[in-house]
Design a protein around this ligand. Structure first.
Ligand code: PLP
Length: 407
């Protein structure tokens, strides 16, 4: 059957079926207006109008589909949700105000008092605080275990365990979890496996294909890629996402239309950016390994990395995050950081601009000293989020860091 292009205010999902994530990142989820704009429209409106009181009632009552109010229905936000869901291979997505709001909304909608969570120790510091301090107040207890120690995971699971939560590769030590094995453990115990896929993005790893139940993103990172907005998203099957959606509708940690538009545009360049991040990061990791002042480099792309083979098997690239420990302690780490001139000293990651961070006093600074030690966040550790600048220029700037140590 022939059709005119004007009928296509969006590309039906069936027309994109089986297409690669590179294509989905550019094409999936766009909703065009009657103006037939080529780029995505933005709908900065808090509410929507109805043709009649009866239509308003039908919308509110759920008998008629359509927009109501931007806390829970906004076309720009839905366009972003549609695209990232397609890219992760998930049935649905719910966008949130931040990555932390995505984790909170997942917990609030799928856990209840008395439930137990097992979480990997090497997660982002604030995720740790959310579980340890805030979820605990509502009677949800969390046990922290080593990401790669299956015996520890098995020993931590209890009859009331409802969720296993991981980041892989982890922040900042780039440890890699066996997603398939953890999904089996979760499912054997009637629990969900939730994966924070922030470091890899769907370009390098699709946790739902590996058996995970839900994927979380801090969209603030690679999905935006240019450090403009804070946002998050949860992706997975409708049976869980409908609960998450119900929570954000009632509690309000919603993504703004403007941010959704920025992320939507960010997704379009994600595949090429991720390849550039991976190439630069691998080259820098190898180079750092040869530096006399470096004690250890943490990057799953290195053959010396303990989970190199696993990373190769479940990821299509090793990502842009490289951490390294200098010989010395905090003083040397700070000297090195202050010695660089171009690389940005900031805690954000996933940007096209390379950033440098001292995790022990910033991203993981709120952890108790014993938790920091268990998570391997030492004072001599430096984290690089490797951007897409020319590799030789990055080396030149890092050389300045090394020179600062020698002065
Ligand atoms: C791996 C990871 N997950 C989640 C978050 C939280 O995201 P947001 O800052 O968007 O709330 C971060 C933030 O740095 C992160 O690095």
């Amino acid at each position: 059957m022939s059709h005119t292009r004007e009928e296509h205010l969006w590309i039906p999902e069936s027309d994109l079926e089986g297409m690669s994530v590179d294509t989905l990142s550019v094409r999936a989820g766009q909703i065009r207006t009657g103006q037939l704009e080529h780029s995505d429209a933005i709908f900065p409106t808090s509410s929507f109008v109805y043709g009649s009181a009866a239509q308003a009632a039908a919308r509110f009552g759920g008998e008629e589909a359509g927009n109501i109010y931007s806390r829970f229905t906004n076309p720009t936000v839905q366009a972003f949700e549609g695209r990232i869901a397609a890219m992760e291979g998930g049935e649905k997505a719910v966008a949130t105000a931040s990555g932390m709001a995505a984790i909170l909304s997942t917990c609030m909608s799928l856990l209840k008092t008395g439930d137990h969570v097992v979480c990997s120790r090497g997660v982002f510091g604030t995720t740790n605080v959310l579980f340890q301090k805030y979820m605990a107040r509502f009677g949800v207890e969390t046990t922290f275990v080593g990401l790669t120690d299956m015996d520890e995971w098995q020993a931590a699971v209890r009859p009331e365990t409802r969720m296993l939560f991981i980041e892989t590769p982890s922040n900042p030590l780039c440890e890699v979890a066996d997603v398939r094995a953890l999904a089996s453990l979760a499912h054997d115990n009637d629990a969900l496996l939730v994966v924070d896929n922030c470091f890899c993005t769907p370009i390098l790893q699709r946790p739902l294909d590996l058996g995970a139940d839900l994927v979380i993103h801090s969209a603030t990172k690679y999905l935006d890629g240019q450090g403009r907005c804070v946002g998050g998203v949860v992706v997975g099957p409708a049976k869980y996402l409908d609960e998450v959606y119900g929570f954000i509708r009632s509690a309000g940690p919603t993504m703004s239309p403007f941010n959704a538009w920025v992320f939507q545009k960010g997704l379009e360049t994600l595949p090429i950016r991720m390849r550039a991040h991976c190439d630069n990061a691998l080259e820098l990791a190898k180079w750092l390994e040869t530096q006399p002042s470096v004690e250890k480099v943490f990057y799953a792309g290195l053959e010396s990395h303990p989970q190199h083979a696993l990373a190769k098997q479940q990821q299509s690239g090793f990502g842009g995050m490289v951490s390294f420990a200098l010989k010395g302690g905090r003083e040397q780490a700070w000297q090195f950081i202050d010695g660089t001139r171009m690389i940005s000293i900031t805690a954000n990651l996933g940007d096209v601009k390379t950033t440098i961070t001292h995790p022990a006093t910033t991203t993981h600074g709120r952890l108790a000293p014993e938790d920091k030690a268990k998570a391997g966040i030492t004072e001599n550790l430096i984290r690089l989020s490797v951007g897409i600048e020319a590799i030789d220029d990055l080396k030149t700037d890092l050389e300045r860091g090394f020179q600062a140590l020698e002065d």
